[in-house]
Every structure is written in structure tokens, then in C-alpha cells.
Ligand binder design. Sequence first.
Ligand code: GDP
Length: 337
Amino acid sequence: HFAVAAAASADSNPAERVTSPSLIRNLAVIAHVDHGKTTLMDRLLRQCGAIVARDRTLDSITLERERGITIASKYTSMIWGTSSLNIVDTPGHADFGGEVERVIGMVDGAVLVVDAGEGPLAQTKFVVAKALKSGIRPILLLNKVDRPSVTEERCGEVESMVFDLFANLGATEEQLDFPVLYASAKEGWASSTFTKAPEGEPTMAPLLDTIVKYVPPPKCDLHAPFQMVVTMMEHDPYFGRILTGRIYSGTVKPGDRVHGIRKKEDTDVSETFNEGKIVKILKKKGVASEVADCAGAGDIVSIAGLAQPYIGNSVASVEVKEALPSVKVDPPTISMT
Ligand code: GDP
């Protein structure tokens, strides 16, 4: 059921074996604390069959612990129809300045979760500003619509508040024309029209369909040399440093020769370092990490094999000598009020 151009033996062209970029959607979920991000993610994972039941999740967590792979649920991956959705968590506030930029730099879209009772709150303003600045067109999800106090009129007010917030942050006409969905993450449903309780089985399908339709697929070249930017890092007792990021171009498989590339301090000059071999490739399936035999441009993956690259550095095929820009947005210029 995977959106991987299947068949093919291990030595066939990796570009034919990886997920086609046209089927990948990379997005962030942005939410003020308590507005329902965790509940929503859980529902999306269930809907996509990535969590079958509670104990199944616990199973995979136990399994990962046994294999010594640290769980970092900083991003999850799920299959919806033929699409492969990589959903990255964003820290809620500005304290994580650099991390927000890196996360936003990895994605092409975002779901902004707003509690329809509370309305947009200041804490997400910083993240929203970053997303708008990097050209992302967010999808607005008004959550907790099941609450008695949340009326259609109230939702209209909150939509206007979000519109004004976007406008104040310099959003373009396109960004101001955002899709709005109504949801009760708690009850497990989303709807493209206002309702307090949709008919039939609760479903997140309207949100998942909107994501596939509205978030653009990554623009990238599978046939160029392999290049990725490290945006997250963790340590694994077996594999050592695990570097996570979005593949900007090319494909990668275990055994490939790669090196780190960084900018010399305070200059625009790239230097290469730590040449070595890719030992493992890990991809998310739901919240669990799974070993993959190859990965391609547009996808978000983790690699092991190089001990030195750091967050913000590139990892690339040895013929590449120039570092990719580590983030694609400017430093913060907005005030936090
Ligand atoms: P997070 O901090 O954004 O991850 O928020 P959580 O998912 O932990 O939710 C915060 C609280 O809001 C919890 O008590 C949830 O049960 C509750 N909650 C989340 N979604 C909904 C919803 O759609 N309706 C209602 N009534 N409560 C919700």
C-alpha cells in the first residue's frame, strides 16, 4: 500500500525506487499550546492506519527501544491515498527561534490549528509569521467546534481574526485566501463546512484531502547529486549520530559516499569535511522509524554514518562542494506582542 514505485531489484536505479516527489507532501502543524495539536495528530495517524490501537503504538515503541532507535516524534509520516505525508511538529513559541526557521524551511505547507473558542493567540504569531514569510499558504483548522459555546458566528469571528493577523504579518493575496475547515479532533472529525456534528462515521478525510490538494509537492530533481540539509539531530547507541532533514536533490542508499559541507565561520565560503559512507537510512512510518533501502529528493529522512555534521550543515554526495543554504527565511523582524 506504499506510494513507492515498487518492483525493482536492489541494484536497479534508485530514482525508480523512491517515492515520487509528486506524491510527497511536507507540512508543519502550527498550534497554540492546548489548542489540540496532539489530539489532532493522533486522529490523523489513526485515520491513515498508522496507529491501529493504543497497544500497537506501545508495541512499536518497545520495538524501537529494543533496536536502540530513539523515538523522536518531531515528525511523522503517513500514507493517505497515494500520497505520502510528512508532518513536522513546530515548537509553539519564539524561544525556539532558530528551530522554528529550520522546521519551516523543511516544509511546503502548514495546518494552523486554532481553538475556535479562544481564537488565535500570540504564541503562534511568531511561527505564523515565519511560515508566511517563506511563502507557505496555511490551511486554517478551527478546532473544538463540538464545544457548546462554539457557534457558526463565533467561527466567522475567529476566521476574521486570523485573516487580520495574516494581513498584519504581510500575507499575500494568495495566503489570505486560505481554506478553512472545522473540526473536533477530540471526536475525530473535520468538515469543510460548519457543523456541530457531521452525519455518519467521524472522519478526518476532509482535512487529509485538503492537505493533498492544497500543499504543493516538493520541487526537486531526483537525478541531480544527493544533497540534504540537517535540521534535526539525535544520538543512537548503535548508529551514532542520526541526522534528519529534507533531501533537496538526488537519491541516497546505504554505502553511498558522502561528506558534510559547512560555511566557514562568518564567511560564505563552503568547506567539506568528514567524508564517509551512509550506513543506515531511516524513514518514519507513523511515529516509528523504519529502515529504508533508499530515499529520494523531496522526502524527509534520517541518515546514519557521518559523526560530525551538525544542524544547519549539508550532507551531500562527494562531488558536491557547495553548502545548501541552511534556512530559507530571513531573521526575525516582527515584534512579539
Ligand atoms: P496541544 O497542547 O495543542 O497538543 O493540545 P492537546 O491535543 O493536548 O489538547 C488540549 C486539551 O484540549 C485536551 O484536554 C484535549 O482533550 C482537548 N481537546 C483537543 N481537541 C479537542 C476538541 O476538538 N474538542 C474538545 N472539546 N476538546 C479538545
